[in-house]
Structures are given as C-alpha cells and as structure tokens.
Ligand binder design. Sequence first.
Ligand code: FES
Length: 125
Amino acid sequence: MPAYSLNINNKNYTVEADAEMPLLWVLRDLLDLTGTKYGCGVASCGACTVIIDDNAVFACRRTVGNCVNKKIITIEGLSEDGSHPVQKAWQQAAVPQCGYCQPGQMMSAAALLIKNKRPSEPRDQ
Ligand code: FES
C-alpha cells in the first residue's frame, strides 16, 4: 500500500492508504482525529469540512492522494486554547445544539474568515 506524507494541523504524518481513500477516513480511522464528522458521504451536508490550503473542503470527497503537499487544518487544529474567533463566537452565542455538525460549520466559518476578515450580511438587491 502506498505511503503519503500529510501536513495536518502543522504536524507531519505518514499514512499508508489506498490513493482513493477519502481524507475523512484517513483523519478518523488512521490518525484518530475524530473531530471531523461523517454525515452524508456525498459532499452534501458539510459535517466533514476541513480547511485545505485556506479553502473549505469536504473531506469525504477529497482523496488522500490529492492531499500531499497541502496544508490541512481540522477542527482539532483550529486553536489549542479555544482562542480562534470562530470558537469564541460559538461560545459567546451559545451556538452548540447536538454538536454533531458543529466542527464542519466552524471550519466553514474559519475558511470564510481566511478570505474575508470582516464578512457582513448580504445586502438586498
Ligand atoms: S459527510 Fe456530508 S459533506 Fe462530507
């Protein structure tokens, strides 16, 4: 089985996996980074969202073979101490409900903040 070097949350990992294995399973099953959740498996729900090279990506549809030489951030890597603005906002607004989809939502919001430091509501047109 081929080996892949991955940079995840600023740490380097080497995993042996089939090239077509989804990143989601590499994270959860091979690296025990279970914060990234499985919802639909078909790029529809967003529960598996991670950030790859500053973009929100569905880990269920990205193969490990396409993750080499990329900077991957999972919910575990957002911050070590809960100081990321999205984590603070989540706590401040008491967002959590069941919590299952929260990591994906937070990673999507974090990716937005990478591209737009001060997002606003869309204006009526
Ligand atoms: S698990 Fe639903 S989008 Fe990936």
